[in-house]
Design a binder for this molecule. Structure first.
Ligand code: OGA
Ligand code: ZN
Ligand code: ZN
Length: 387
């Protein structure tokens, strides 16, 4: 009797439907569930995913088996549903595998199960100028994991949030960013100070307006989340502006498909250089995922190098680039708010473009602090909080 866990994960898998029958075909088995769904599983797939302690190290729950070490045509000698409701497979070479029905259902790859999984994936909630801004309270987020989860889901799905009640001591944003996970350091520091400085190493550290942009488009991986915390805001001007880059990209796909295609296909170089560093990244402005969905926007006019594309494509690239920027200036997409001391933006830097109006340093001080956390950290924290 194999008493080992019938799945090897740190998550739990609810029993959605019980296994009622199983039969063997030439290269797969087919199970039937209590709700009448039928799911095939290839012999190789089952052997590959055997959760027994010989195939998966129980401490790490990571696989030690490599499927190439098993005969390609290995077949079961017997398959059954055991007394605990697990799928039991006795293999011709003597190995035994047991699969928990909750785990098996969660990984079934019949068309219906896959469509169901795709439909339940989190989707970006696109927004425009009439966004209802998700607002959270610092103290509550610091003390309550349920509130933390709600905040993180809003960051993931809406891509723009505000936190209020953040202490205005410098460095305070570090504590709230670390409620999520590791801060991503850059050449601008673990935390960066957004202040007008005489020896600025970025237009961000002047009093100029900053057009709608993502931060660090000059890196192969743009930071996932950006935090901007207001410590002092006495200067006239300097309002924050945001657009949903995914919403603009989708509108462009609709309204000017050729321009959309150019921005998806023609790489553009972004550069960030100072006396000590020289970062460059060559990539298209709009990235699509494997399903053709917009997954990332890379844009900062002030960090862009000269376009380098074929003579034939150059006019198309300029047309597309101008069209995209023109759209970021359209009122239908824009949200504008002045950030007050103790307030903090947290947004998806690879989706939501941010800008600030010019401010007048002669009218008062302005001091923001910022930092980055990668998207992986956000998604992992959400999954752990949901366990
Ligand atoms: C930045 C930036 C916004 C602001 O530093 O990259 O976008 O409001 N700052 O100063
Ligand atoms: Zn095994
Ligand atoms: Zn910025």
């Amino acid at each position: 009797m194999n008493t080992a866990a019938a799945f090897a994960d740190f998550r739990t898998y609810p029993l959605i439907s019980a296994l009622t029958a199983v039969h063997t075909l030439a290269d797969r088995i087919q199970v039937k569930w209590a709700d009448d769904r039928v799911s095939p599983f290839h012999h190789q797939w089952l052997r590959d995913n055997c959760p027994c302690p010989m195939c998966v190290y129980t401490v790490t729950r990571e696989q030690v088996l490599e499927i190439v070490d098993v005969a390609e045509n290995l077949k079961p000698s017997d398959v059954s549903v055991d007394a605990e409701g697990c799928l039991r497979v006795d293999w011709q070479d003597g190995h035994l595998s047991r699969f928990d029905p909750g785990w098996l259902r969660a990984h079934a790859y019949d068309d219906e199960s896959r469509a169901e999984r795709r439909a339940s994936k989190p989707k970006s909630l696109l927004w425009n100028s009439n966004l209802t801004l998700p607002v959270f309270d610092y103290q509550v987020l610091m003390n309550d994991n349920d509130a933390l989860l709600q905040w993180l889901l809003a960051v993931r799905d809406t891509g723009l949030t505000q936190v209020r009640g953040v202490p205005t001591e410098p460095g305070s944003l570090k504590l709230i960013a670390q409620r999520i996970s590791f801060i991503r350091e850059s050449n601008f520091g673990v935390l960066f100070n957004v202040q007008s400085k005489a020896d600025a190493d970025s237009n961000a550290y002047t009093a100029f307006n900053l057009p709608l942009h993502s931060d660090l488009p000059t890196r192969e991986l743009q930071p996932g989340l950006q935090f901007l915390h207001c410590l002092v805001n006495d200067a006239e001007g300097g309002e924050s502006i945001f657009v949903d880059g995914f919403a603009i990209a989708e509108a462009l796909r609709d309204e000017d498909p050729e321009a959309f295609k150019s921005l998806c296909e023609i790489p553009v170089e972004f550069r960030n250089k100072d006396r000590h560093s020289d970062y460059r990244c060559l990539a298209p402005i709009i990235a699509l995922d494997a399903f053709g969905q917009v997954s990332e926007i890379r844009m900062a006019n002030f960090l862009r190098g000269p376009f380098d594309t074929s003579v034939e494509q150059m006019p198309a690239l300029y047309h597309a680039y101008r069209r995209f920027i023109a759209m970021t200036r359209e009122a239908r997409f824009r949200v504008m708010t002045r950030l007050n001391p103790g307030e903090m933006w947290c947004f998806d830097n690879r989706r939501t473009l941010h800008a600030r109006n010019a401010f007048d340093p002669a009218t008062g001080a302005r001091h923001f602090q910022g930092c980055y956390v990668d998207r992986d950290e956000l998604l992992s924290r959400i999954l752990v909080l949901q366990r």
